[in-house]
Design a binder for this molecule. Structure first.
Ligand code: ADP
Length: 186
């Protein structure tokens, strides 16, 4: 099972990814999580990531593709994987296709979790109080939403054209949404 989870900030990708990982027994790769870990470890990548993340900007595609390329070489990725927060731009999606192609592999499904902006903003502001993520403040959230519409939403057309896109309603409780995702994955 090779899956990509798509959705704007606050769509609930991370929450559902954790459940899908258990359900299907596949590794879950969140590029946002990789970058946050690099930050707390204080690596060069982490320092660079901090500059972009705190402004709600995307990191350059070549950096992200480098990270993902390394992950794809790992043994545990052979039986499938779940990407969350990647790809986020058309060049990232093309880069992923190329890397998979070179290995004679391809994606099975792209699940897009849909929530209205007001819901997403409310969830992120609530998360800000609980987790204190440095990029969960109103200004950065608005910028992340704008970037999502400009750069990430076009991926829906990209994957729809390849027959991979499954859109699901992201409003409801965590388990209901999980059931919807399992239903479309079959
Ligand atoms: P969100 O809750 O906004 O979906 P993520 O944890 O996926 O957050 O990502 C947080 C931040 O990390 C992004 O705003 C961006 O700065 C950076 N980031 C994560 N994934 C990518 C990616 N694929 N391409 C570029 N930047 C990324």
């Amino acid at each position: 099972m090779k899956i990509v989870l798509l959705g704007g900030p606050g769509a609930g990708k991370g929450t559902q990814a954790a459940k899908l990982k258990d359900e299907y027994g596949i590794p879950h790769i969140s590029t946002g999580e990789v970058l946050r870990e690099a930050r707390s470890a204080g690596t060069e990548l982490g320092k660079k990531a901090a500059e972009y993340m705190d402004e709600g900007k995307l990191l350059p595609d070549d950096i992200i593709l480098g990270i993902v390329g390394e992950k794809l070489e790992m043994q545990e990725m052979k039986n499938g994987f779940l990407f969350d927060g990647f790809p986020r731009t058309i060049p990232q999606a093309e880069g992923l296709d190329e890397m998979l192609d070179n290995k004679g592999r391809s994606l099975d499904a792209v699940v897009s979790i849909e929530v209205p902006d007001e819901t997403a903003v409310k969830r992120l502001l609530r998360r800000a109080e609980i987790e204190g993520r440095t990029d969960d403040n109103r200004e950065t959230i608005e910028h992340r939403l704008k970037i999502y519409y400009d750069q990430t939403e076009p991926l829906k057309t990209y994957y729809r054209n390849r027959g991979l896109l499954k859109s699901i309603d992201g409003i409801g409780n965590v388990d209901e949404i999980f059931e919807r995702i399992k239903a479309v994955l079959g």
